[in-house]
Design a protein around this ligand. Structure first.
Ligand code: DGT
Ligand code: CA
Ligand code: CA
Ligand code: ZN
Length: 580
């Protein structure tokens, strides 16, 4: 359990205490502790065995320490469990609706004893919210809109959250004797940018008998974060965990594990196409095996590799299994050699304490070197981003000097001087050309005035790309996954301008951006535009998020040659000056 997970539990407890009408001092103590833990640099799990250290954190007293100890020992919090029993876990879903706070929820509860999203929506549509004290028609309309928004994005989770859930569950499953292989399948294994539900496949001796499976399923049902069991059968259990995520755990005998991996990794479209191919070749394909159509005798099933091989196909990496032509390519031995994390030689989008980052230039450089990178670019914000303490011309020049000096002091890694400069509403860049020309790397990004007319936004981006100092267009569509849609513009003309001016497109690896997405990456490649895969790190611990970008690049079929930061430092620097 990391600090963020603990903080979430404490925030939820505070909200439920508020709904319960408890005294404000107690509520505040949970919120304060949550906030302190969220911002604490050390992981609580590493210091929980030293109570003194935990008590040193401002906002954590003896009572809260006892809560934390209980959380780590049992995975549960008695206070929270009591509240959830009273109000039902569905209350936590209600709290996720924008603008619906504990106070309003408490009002609704006391009037109608309703604690779930469907129920509240029904009340709102029947006009029963507006009659409550302090609420009116406006509130009611807003609430209906908020519930619609919630439904649109709910049920899906960012890839890093899904991955963290999968890892936590894997740790738990590993402890059961007779389970020796646990793998996520489904959209998580394919590296989709958001995940609907988790599909976890499990095999081992315990999965070979009915009795073993029932025991294993009973063990899964005791998983501490499990909230409700949705369905449970002979070899499967579906449940919901505290975060609201649904999980399907399936238990398989070893001889079917590969077939199940293939089937449950999907995508559905890929499976349908693959099964048609199997039928044409005289086989049937399902989650248990690839079998002879007539004799029904299995010919493959233990591994995915043997299934693809029996179907006369090269092995198709999970990221490509979307039925977008990969089966044809596999048949012709023409699958691209997908880029890997090891191909990258540098990370070239990151922030430091000079603006809104949390580490210094030297700390970022050392962390990057420890990952094996040969170079980085420091790209702090420009002044238009006032809340991030963005740089004006004068500070930018000083920062370049600082970056170059740090570069001299640190061996084994090149530090490029860069900037993430705002693209202003009319398409001008936020720093003078003279200053930008001194930079090794200029990432131009939109951070404000998102809702322009598409034509205007297109012109704005074209103008930024046309600036001879621009090397990379940062997070080109501006989307924030599950929160904000991409701004609207004509991608094709932006890409053709980028190709003409030799300006790269960023693939921002931050899990709530993943921008460009796979579709646009394919389009960029087709139009001859190069990609830079970077993290937008604001902390040394963010550098590892590069793997989410790599997954998207692989989903788009990109190879090392499509990505500029797989070049050695000198070549990369030239590419940033439009030479490749
Ligand atoms: P998600 O959960 O919405 O992020 O997406 P997936 O791809 O994980 O979808 P999910 O969980 O409904 O199903 C997992 C995999 O199981 C899916 O990728 C392919 C396979 N699958 C599910 N339903 C069908 C089906 O009706 N036919 C075939 N051939 N495969 C299916
Ligand atoms: Ca799934
Ligand atoms: Ca599923
Ligand atoms: Zn940015």
């Amino acid at each position: 359990m990391d600090n963020k997970a603990i903080a979430n539990i404490l925030y939820e407890t505070a909200d439920l205490l508020e709904i319960d009408g408890q005294d404000s001092f107690r509520i505040r103590s949970y919120r304060n502790a949550a906030q302190a833990i969220e911002n604490h640099s050390e992981q609580i799990k590493d210091i929980i065995s030293e109570p003194k250290k935990v008590l040193e954190i401002a906002g954590i007293g003896k009572g809260m320490l006892a809560n934390l100890q209980e959380l780590f020992e049992t995975g549960k919090l008695t206070v929270l469990d009591g509240l959830l029993e009273k109000y039902h876990p569905s209350m936590l879903q209600l709290l996720k609706i924008q603008g619906l706070g504990p106070k309003t929820i408490a009002l609704i509860w006391s009037a109608y004893k309703v604690s779930d999203v469907d129920g509240v929506e029904k009340l709102a549509r029947e006009g029963k919210i507006r009659v409550l004290p302090r609420l009116g028609e406006k509130h009611e309309a807003k609430l209906i809109k908020a519930i619609e928004d919630y439904r649109r994005i709910s049920g899906r989770f960012l890839i890093d959250a899904a991955e963290a859930e999968a890892e936590k569950l894997t740790e738990y499953l590993k402890k059961f004797p007779g389970i020796d292989k646990i793998t996520p399948a489904g959209s998580l294994r394919r590296g989709r940018e958001t995940v609907g539900d988790l599909d976890i496949l499990v095999t081992g001796k315990a999965c070979t008998t009915e009795e073993g499976r029932q025991k294993a399923i009973a063990y899964v049902a005791k998983y501490p974060p499990l909230m409700d069991v949705i369905a449970s059968g002979d070899n499967k259990i579906s449940f919901r965990v505290r975060s609201g995520m649904q999980v399907d755990v399936r238990l398989l005998p070893p001889e079917s594990f590969g077939a199940a991996m293939q089937y449950f990794t999907g995508s559905k479209a890929h499976n349908v196409a693959l099964r048609q191919r199997a039928l044409k070749m005289g086989y049937t394909l399902n989650e248990y095996s690839l079998a002879d159509l007539k004799t029904e005798k299995p010919v493959a099933g233990k591994t995915e590799e043997e299934i693809y091989s029996k179907l006369a196909l090269d092995y198709i990496p999970p990221e490509m299994r979307e039925n977008l032509g990969e089966i044809d390519l596999a048949e012709k031995h023409a699958l691209p050699k997908l880029i890997t994390q090891g191909d990258l030689q540098g990370d070239v989008h990151m922030h430091t304490v000079e603006t809104d980052g949390r580490n210094t230039i030297a700390e970022m450089a050392e962390a990057a070197r420890a990952r094996g990178y040969k170079y980085i670019a420091i790209t702090d914000h420009s002044k238009n981003l006032a809340f991030a303490n963005g740089l004006d011309d004068k500070r930018a020049v000083e920062h370049i000097r600082r970056i170059r000096e740090t570069g001299k002091q640190i061996d084994g890694i090149t530090i490029f001087a860069g900037i993430e400069v705002d693209i202003l509403a009319e398409g001008d860049l936020d720093l003078s050309d003279d200053v930008l020309a001194q930079m090794d790397v200029v990432i131009a990004s939109v951070h404000s005035v998102f809702n322009q007319e598409p034509e205007k936004m297109t012109d704005r981006l074209l103008k930024a790309i046309g600036n001879p100092n621009t090397s990379i267009l940062g997070h080109p569509t501006g989307r924030l996954l599950l929160r904000r849609d991409a701004y609207k513009f004509d991608m094709a003309s932006v890409l053709s301008a980028a190709a003409k001016h030799k300006v790269a497109m960023e693939l921002n690896s931050y899990p709530d951006r993943l921008d460009l997405n796979d579709v646009h990456l394919r389009q960029a490649k087709q139009q001859g535009v190069k990609i830079v895969i970077s993290t937008d790190s604001h902390h040394t611990s963010h550098l590892e998020k590069i793997r989410y970008g790599i997954l998207q690049a692989r989903r788009a079929g990109l190879t090392k040659d499509d990505v500029l930061n797989s070049l050695p430092a000198q070549k990369f620097a030239q590419a940033m000056k439009h030479t490749w």
